[in-house]
Design a protein around this ligand. Structure first.
Ligand code: NAD
Length: 484
């Protein structure tokens, strides 16, 4: 007797609902492995979900902070208790290594726990008014219905850090995850639902960006969109968000081309660790990944030799195998993008100093050796455009001033890093780097969940995510005057 595989449904108005189509969730480490079957919703499902979220908003927005805290805290506990199991699911659908997958689920649990606390700390102000007998107060209220649109590369952490503050501050949510990673999204929603959310407060509609995402960004019943993804999609969403009768609040977190500056006085071992961790782990598929190493002349050759030495010791393999350092690329489309940029780099005259070849391993998957380009001119496309894979470039510079100038000479502004033992250079870099996040002697990726996150220039638009700053996006301020 063959067992029928379970279909994971959308959650609309508190009911698990099938959709007209079903999609297979394929494991990028072994394309024969179907991780699960997931409903693929369309426009109708998205519209029903928005209606459900609207209907749930009045009651949910009036719930006590204690109730919202308790639900988020319960969900955080379950996530933390199941992090090995869900980490395995995450790594199976996204391709990051098992320790990285488990770590991400743990982070999502921490985010939920932190945001449970934030539900109790909604800030406000009370001030003396300027007219005689006038008292004023500034309060914060929930926005209404928030549409959450997320990318594939952090399939549980990013949804958690968008959904948790939305709920904590009294909003209702329609969540559309990336098509490639419905499993982690479904698990997160299932946990939050069972933690006690009333029907319609959190809705899940899995489906395509243009259909489900398109409805969320243009529907007058949605008040705000929190989006993370590429610059191209972000720009399209921004237009949709302001074109309808309701101009939506939006928060867009997008791409990066993050530099790591290495100065002559850097601790070489530390610089190499920052470079390799930041550029190649998680298969380079992090918006905060360093993809441009900007290195001063005196340390350049030693740095390149040492990075290559470290890359030689890294194992690319199945995400779930013990000993794998770098999992597969997420899918064939992204693999082809990575390979095309590697070819472009060679055509442009950069030197492919290491790696860059697709690998055939025991299981059919999207395996790619990390690639290191040297002799890279800052005008080359490989040094300017986001690739979003395990590909990094090294550009040689004369001194700190040239390095800072080059670090800032990009349309992006998400994360930047510097490796140096000079307090003067580190301080100057922190002050003058045109980015949302600056790291000194740390990899550009790997961030704390209690601090604000976001970038500048083409990398971000709108208020910051995460930490105590999340309240600025997920609440609207009201100023009240009373004559007494
Ligand atoms: P993407 O832009 O292709 O998709 C992101 C999400 O938008 C998906 O859920 C997709 O279905 C949806 N979408 C697509 N078209 C839409 C439309 N017309 N209307 C509404 N929704 C639509 O990005 P991706 O490939 O999933 O993720 C990779 C990108 O995400 C990279 O550029 C990376 O830098 C960026 N990213 C940024 C951050 C950050 O915080 N800055 C974090 C992670 C990833």
């Amino acid at each position: 007797m063959s067992l029928k595989p379970t279909l994971h449904c959308n959650l609309i108005g508190g009911q698990w609902c099938e959709a007209a189509e079903v999609s297979e969730n394929i494991n990028p480490s072994d394309t024969r492995d179907v991780v699960g079957l997931y409903a693929r919703g369309g426009r109708d499902d998205a519209e029903r979900a928005v209606d459900a979220a609207r209907a749930a908003f009045p009651a949910w927005s009036q719930t006590t902070p204690q109730l919202r805290h308790d639900i988020l805290a319960r969900a955080a506990q379950e996530l933390a208790a199941r992090k090995e199991e869900l980490g395995r699911l995450l790594s199976s659908e996204e391709g990051k290594t098992l320790p990285e997958g488990i770590g991400e689920v743990g982070r999502a649990a921490s985010v939920l726990a932190f945001m449970a606390g934030e539900a109790l700390r909604v800030p406000g102000d009370r001030m003396a008014g300027l007219l005689p007998g006038s008292e004023t107060e500034v309060t914060r209220e929930p926005l209404g219905v928030v549409g959450v649109v997320s990318p594939w590369n952090f399939p549980i952490a990013i949804p958690a850090w968008k959904i948790a503050p939305a709920l904590a501050f009294g909003n209702t949510v329609v969540f559309k995850p990336a098509e490639l990673v419905p499993g982690s999204a479904w698990a997160l929603v299932d946990i939050l639902h069972r933690a006690g959310l009333p029907p319609g407060v959190l809705n899940l509609v899995m489906g395509s960006g243009s259909q489900v995402g398109g409805v969320l960004c243009s529907h007058p019943g949605v008040d705000a969109i929190s989006f993370t993804g590429s610059v191209a999609t972000g720009r399209r969403i921004a237009v949709d968000c302001v074109s309808g009768s309701v101009m939506k609040r939006m928060q867009l977190e997008m791409g990066g081309k993050n530099p790591l500056v290495v100065l002559d006085d850097a601790d070489l071992d530390m610089a190499v660790e920052c470079a390799v961790q930041g550029a190649f782990f998680s298969t380079g598929q992090r918006c905060t990944a360093s993809s441009r190493f900007i290195v001063t002349e005196g340390i350049h050759d030693r740095f390149v030799r040492a990075v290559i030495g470290r890359l030689e010791g890294l194992k690319v393999g199945h995400a779930l195998d013990a000993g794998t350092h770098i999992g597969p690329v997420v899918d064939d489309k992204q693999l082809q993008v990575d390979l095309s940029y590697i070819a472009i780099g060679v055509q442009e005259g950069a030197r492919l100093a290491w790696g860059g070849k697709p690998l055939n391993l025991q299981t059919p998957g999207f395996y790619l050796q990390p690639a290191l380009f040297t002799e890279v001119d800052a005008t080359m496309r490989v040094a300017r455009e986001e690739i979003f894979g395990p590909v990094a470039t090294v550009t040689r510079v004369k001194d700190f001033d040239e390095a800072l100038h080059m670090a800032n000479a990009t349309e992006f502004g998400l994360a930047v890093g510097i490796c140096t033992t000079s307090l003067r250079h580190a301080t100057h870099f922190k002050r003058h780097a045109q980015a949302g996040i600056v790291k000194v002697n740390q990899a550009t990726s790997g961030l704390d969940y209690h601090l604000p996150f976001g970038g500048r220039k083409a990398s971000s638009y709108g208020p910051r995510e995460q930490g105590r700053y999340a309240v600025d996006f997920y609440t609207v301020v009201k100023t009240a005057y009373t004559s007494v």
